[in-house]
Design a protein around this ligand. Sequence first.
Ligand code: DP6
Length: 370
Amino acid sequence: MFTTTDFIPNQYISTVEKGNFEWSAPSNIALVKYWGKKDNQIPANPSVSFTLKNCKTITKLGFTKKSASAEVSGQLSVANEFSFDLLFEGKPKEDFKPKIQKFLERIEIYLPFLKDYHFTIDTQNTFPHSSGIASSASGMAALAMNFMSLERLLNPKMTDDYFYQKASFLARLGSGSACRSVKGNVVVWGNQANIEESSDLYGVEFPYVIHDNFKNYQDTILLVDKGEKQVSSTVGHDLMHNHPYAERRFAQAHENLDQLIAIFESGNLDEFIKVVESEALTLHAMMMTSMPYFILMKPNTLQIINAIWKFRNETHIPVCFTLDAGANVHVLYPESVSQKVLQFIQDELVVFCQNRQYICDQIGDGAIAL
Ligand code: DP6
């Protein structure tokens, strides 16, 4: 298991002038939710997620070493600053820059070469812009992978284990849930006594048996509301400080994660559904009971939940929902029932989606070098 100091490098043995890398990293959907954090992006409770396959960010990182002559000619301040251009879908995107700047500041001590280079970060998502799907998890993960590829050039002896765990560690500093997007298919983040190697610092692949029922598990994302959220995740996490139910909630996340260990092994979908739906509703209950309180679900979110419950009661098909910090609904079901569930979605749920839009996704493998 790595500690924070393991991620502060000593001297690099190689040098590199310029080059580029390209990585894709997927989004993920939490089953046990991360909601509430301590300093330095340490989660208040452990979480577990399915890594997705189709919803991903593709990021190309170009890098050129700043010339020594720039320092000689008195441009020391430039040498001492982060220097990067940011392109989104090929066009300069100034409004993304502050977030990246902050990310670079947070990770600089772990990647001391960052100020030695000028970077061009060229990024795009496979899911529609402003679909209400957060791109911070996939985006921060893709960027972290690229930076690790550069660090591996400077330190060619780096092990694969270190490479991936540090990438997840860095991604976490960009956005907590991003640390679960480096690997597939089921990823745990946060200390959990019964899960060996689990850590608050980075995500790890779920290390125990996963029943075939979860193979290619489906996630159809119903786009209920594509507008900007009224309350950001960052503010929401903060409201868990002094929250009246926080301690009980954090304990419950540990209990639910323990339950999932057994459920993943047995493949018991009725039990799976209970844990997953309860987690989703608890997340939103925390929002409704914080001060100030807020609601991110929309009327159509509830319409969909009720329709899923009715369909499940009538057909006994093991389909359930989860929610992240927004109004969209993730419909989760095994691959074996996908035809029936997709028919149900088309017949009864798309009417509740904005412009009848939804995205078909499923469990996937994590970040890929392109
Ligand atoms: C509800 O990872 O977006 O999706 O660490 O502040 O960037 P920051 O928060 P973020 O929070 C995700 C919250 C969630 C639950 C989850 O993914 O576990």
